[in-house]
Design a protein around this ligand. Sequence first.
Ligand SMILES: [Zn+2]
Length: 158
Amino acid sequence: MVMKKHKDLLAILRHNNMRITPARRLLLQYILDNQSSGISLRNIYAYMNERLPGIDRSSIYRNLENLKHIEIIQELNLPTVGKQFQYIFDKKVHHYYICKSCGKLNKGNKTLFEKIESALKEVHGFKKANLSVIFYGHCASCSKKKKVLFYCTENLGK
Ligand SMILES: [Zn+2]
């Protein structure tokens, strides 16, 4: 199945006048193999350099930018982890909650997405939304810790 997807994605690249280079082939494979998680630039570089020794870091970065542009991947900026790339091409739901305290990334749930989608349709007449949103905030466990910390400092003041 992944093989088929890889072929489909190569077709998308061709359609966008992007040459199919060994580096692009490899990069797509790595992204497909890691669909379920975000991947860091460091891991991408390590993987690519192992298979294409001496590959230029900036050329990998350029390829990632290209894949971003044609919406095969998206870039996430995680507070404690840094930049991550994630496969989104045939995924409908890709909104996330990112905790600013611990950097934990949570996938948004489908129901919320469907609500937003129908609101877009009602309010703006906008259809077939492919939502790509990142919410920054504080996760439940960090908010709890914060409250405890606040409680302690409050008591110290007395
Ligand atoms: Zn947190």
